[in-house]
Design a protein around this ligand. Sequence first.
Ligand SMILES: NC(=O)N[C@H]1NC(=O)NC1=O
Ligand SMILES: [Zn+2]
Ligand SMILES: [Zn+2]
Length: 468
Amino acid sequence: MDWQWKLLPLLTLLASFLFLYYIQDSFKPFQSDCSLLPYSHYWIASKHIVTPQGIISGAVEVKGGNIISIVKDKDWNGKSKQVVDYGYAVVMPGLIDVHAHLDDPGRAEWEGFPSGTKAAAAGGITTLIDMPLNSFPSTVSTETLKLKIEAAEKRIFVDVGFWGGLVPGNAFNATALEGLLNAGVLGLKSFMCPSGINDFPMTDANHIKAGLSVLAKYRRPLLVHSEIQQDVESYLQDEDGDDPRLYSTYLKTRPPSWEEAAIRELLTVTKDTRIGGPAEGAHLHVVHLSDASSSLDLIKEAKRRGDSITVETCPHYLAFSAEEIPDGDTRFKCAPPIRDAANKENLWNALMEGHIDMLSSDHSPTVPELKLLNDGNFLRAWGGISSIQFVLPVTWSYGRKFGVTLEQLALWWSERPAKLAQQHSKSISAYIGKRLSGKVLATFVRGNLVYNEGNHAAAACGALILAT
Ligand SMILES: NC(=O)N[C@H]1NC(=O)NC1=O
Ligand SMILES: [Zn+2]
Ligand SMILES: [Zn+2]
């Protein structure tokens, strides 16, 4: 049913132009607030087009919202055609961000659907999957998903899908979970430590096991924030202990052993996802891995054993290191925390070697007041980094030292995330590649030029992506 649903807006568009199509030639300009381009049939030309068969010089033909052909220079004559020529700038698949917190409804002043999806478009992201927490209420039931959908409708500039929340209140209620999955969430997300959001309590291995058995039937993934509190006392210490304005004070409160403990616990459950196991068909995805040592080793071992498990990390763990975070600069506070430079290097190595499967933003903004920028108290400030607009240039800039290729960017940011969310990337974006450090020039979503050098399309024409 999925493809039919996606075709619907396309058909509407086609139907309205059908009459004109027959009396005019196919290059007839069309007027749509959805796109900054006045054509629905055109070619995107570039010397660097990232395709599954490697990088080519040529053009991508787009018609009625779909890519209908990709041609190499030698087979193409651009004359008398509608061409958007990006020269040496890179044309590549749009990014799919599987981990973003848009806080609409309920906390739209942190980030709303319009602002968040415009920032995504400016960053080359053409699809984002919204996390079930930080909005109010949290997305944990069919009713609360409906509120999300209502808040998003006609207000999104890129495509948006939703993860549902797995919480103690629904974990043992298969009917409730099935209702949520039937209503269209692409999978579920849970926390193994306090989430910082009151109506999103944490789950333990029993909740997760129960959730996975329902997800197995739907063949949809469970995403887990994998940290378990180890030493509550050090976590709670504050003024009486070390200086809360020092990043090192915060770092000590969330050691790698938290991640390791959570992943160790998760692996007791993921063994059920092996072929022939009781939860075959379910998949577990570890979000925002920060610890590149024991935690990563455990995941590698589970993959070798045949568990259905993947792992992501985020640009902030690849770009920053604990040593360089200035005192009181709580913009860098996130959980799990940014660790030392050696760990960052190991995360890059793991990514390059294929042990980390994909990247996501974990875009988790809030209002400046809750970041406590004046106090600079790392222990009390909101944990979460606002980043959605910058992830592609950041990955490219910091990855060059490690020899990152454009194909790898497409693998980590488009292909693997698409597989996790069971989406097929249809969209394309262009950004300046090798000669500069990487800047998104333009973003196309379903054939619409939604972002072009600082300008956004007038209308919010992103599609809602609901699982069927
Ligand atoms: N609630 C929420 O967004 N938490 C996120 N922030 C962060 O830094 N890590 C998270 O899991
Ligand atoms: Zn998290
Ligand atoms: Zn998150």
